[in-house]
Ligand binder design. Sequence first.
Ligand code: NDP
Length: 336
Amino acid sequence: MVKVLLTGGSGFVAAHVLETLLKRGYDVVTTVRSQEKGEHILKDHSNVPKERLSYVVVEDIAKDGAFDEAIKSDPPFDYVIHTASPFHYKFTDPVTEVLDPAIKGTTGILKAIKAFAPTVKRVVITSSFAAMLRDGNSVKVYDESVWGNITWDEATGENKLATYRASKTIAERAAWDFVEKEKPNFDLTVINPPTVLGPIVHHLSSLSALNTSNERIRDLIQGKYKDGNLPRSTIFLWIDARDVALAHVRAIEVAEAGGKRLFITAGHYSSKKIADTIRETHPELASKLPDNAEEDMPADVYQYNNTLGRQVLGIGYRSFKETIADTVNSLIKLGA
Ligand code: NDP
């Protein structure tokens, strides 16, 4: 029996990680911000015995010592997967609502493991392509060597995307620094996915509570961009949530993943490509979609090298068509 602490279990990505962990036979304790959220997870997995799945409430990961109790478990943990971090643009204070939880949440859990969980062998952290992305056209090919360069001033200014990008960059750097300086009992693997798309497997109170990266698909099928004017983004790479989940679990299974930053992506995408693919997989939704929308991905878009992640983790990635089809079906089921 191998036991994993999974942070942020109520989230979009974490819910897929939880499914994958359970399917592959791990025992899981997940952290959530409230008892209500924890009970939803248990209800959604009512067939899983309580010794195999439970939750601990950690209301705010930014608080000092937030994980000090959650990390103590009997039997003790073998691995920790840390996904919890704010990913939304609905904040007013960039420091307390985004940067602190991302950065202090990361250093806090590492400190707690070092102090109270000597049995933990490896920690896997969900970082992001947001921790790699640089503005302009300076990077032609993204790989694990590239780091984001947002300044603290930009991070705490008006640009909410910059705040998120900085939160991921600084948090990931802090994790690598911690391991280097503190030489803890565990090693570290960091997973850097770009836009994560995919079906919803977590409890959602309403479609307006949908996770940020699936919002564009919801808005498209609800006719929000019918008159063209597709949303513009600077991220033109994507991956399926189920593949992200498998990457996290493979990261605890594969010895050579230790000490590595792994950039995982299935390829390029754009808003136009989403719209065109929905038209193909769900022709009945054509009237909601823009006709002849202009391509929003620049012709000279950056390229990527995802070889290391594929080699180390030994996984392949789903096609865009499968992901879009499954995501749209899932959103329709939720009432979109
Ligand atoms: P969600 O918003 O669905 O999940 C975020 C999770 O973090 C939720 O469980 C949330 O809890 C928790 N959380 C946020 N702030 C706090 C806090 N202060 N205290 C305690 N818990 C907190 O987003 P995703 O699933 O998309 O994101 C999960 C991870 O994946 C994040 O680290 C994100 O940066 C990363 N990522 C996501 C990508 C994507 O495209 N979706 C791409 C690359 C990386 P609650 O729901 O209760 O607020």
